[in-house]
Design a protein. Structure first.
Length: 308
């Protein structure tokens, strides 16, 4: 009897589960058309279901723009709850069907973070969480987590993003680095003016707050004239490789180049260091539950290895 009453109560409060499913798809994909294609129904059918929800709730869930849609604050609140609930339901279904709980996680980060921070530490993660299957994805620029299949993202910034819950990983320092061979040949600059005239390796910005040489010099209080940039790379990973091979001086970001500094493949020049106010964060998309496995993953990402 209690079950019957509860069911009737849910049906009164939530009159259409189909409407919620179709709303979630529109919010996640950012498109009525994409949602219709995913669900195998017509766009007009999806629009009707979403409109039905809006009329039932008495609020607008989407801002319908000329070529795009955005969630309203009410839509954001509903999406967070619906997405998390659907994820939990899907997890139970998967566990009942397969007999095991799904342990694959999709982790997105920049190529630099993946190459310098993630890959050298994967062996320890496998020992820490043996059943975990990790899928690495790289992005040069920050993507809206509501529109991609991601469980955890690593971002650099102030920690305030509208599409997920942020957890601080660590702050960073930015300083010049070069190879031991380059240092022996050209020596350590005694001032910022000397550094500006040396062979500098630049990389293009890949995310908000990622600084180049001009920004770094201004941040440490020096305004140089024309910098001696001998090489410009699209990727930060290439700039660091160029510095390793003696092509010049690159900007080293602590936590990314720490392993290379410990091994002696790069040498830190102590002429100046900048400590940004931004930091690295782990972001879990709204609608994803922060499970014990994700908590273990965050701790692994935060941990520094013992010095060699």
């Amino acid at each position: 009897m209690k079950t019957t009453k509860a069911t009737k109560g849910y049906r009164r409060i939530v009159p259409s589960l189909t409407a919620l499913v179709e709303f979630e798809a529109v919010a996640r994909l950012g498109s009525f058309t994409y949602a219709a294609n995913e669900l195998g129904v017509t766009q007009s059918a999806v629009s009707r279901q979403v409109r039905f929800l809006e009329e039932t709730l008495g609020v607008q869930l989407f801002h319908r723009l000329h070529r795009s849609i955005d969630l309203t604050s009410e839509g954001e609140a509903l999406y967070m709850v619906v997405a998390e609930s659907m994820q939990k339901i899907a997890g139970v279904f998967d566990r009942l069907v397969t007999g095991t709980e799904l342990r694959e996680l999709v982790l997105v980060s920049t190529a630099a973070f993946s190459q310098f921070r993630l890959l050298p530490r994967l062996a320890k993660l496998k020992k820490l969480v043996p059943p975990l299957q990790l899928r690495l994805s790289t992005d040069m620029f920050t993507a809206d987590l509501r529109h991609v299949e991601v469980d955890v993202a690593v971002r650099y910034g102030d920690g305030n993003w509208p599409d997920g819950t942020s957890t601080l990983l660590f702050d960073v320092e930015v300083f010049p680095v070069c190879s031991a061979e380059f240092l022996r040949e050209y020596g350590t600059p005694r001032s910022l003016d000397e550094l500006a005239k040396m062979a500098l390796v630049e990389s293009d910005a890949t995310t908000e707050g990622w600084m180049g040489w001009n920004e770094w010099f201004r941040a440490v209080g020096y305004r140089p004239g024309r910098l001696n940039k001998v090489l410009r790379c699209s990727l930060y990973t290439d700039a660091i490789q160029a510095a390793r091979y003696g092509q010049g001086i690159a900007l080293g970001w602590s936590r990314l180049v720490d392993d290379l500094l410990r091994s002696g493949e790069l040498i830190r020049m102590d002429v100046a260091t900048f400590r940004p106010s931004d930091a690295y964060f782990v972001v879990v998309p709204h609608g994803r539950t922060i499970t014990p496995v994700i908590t273990q993953l965050i701790e692994w990402l935060r941990e520094d290895p013992a010095p060699r």
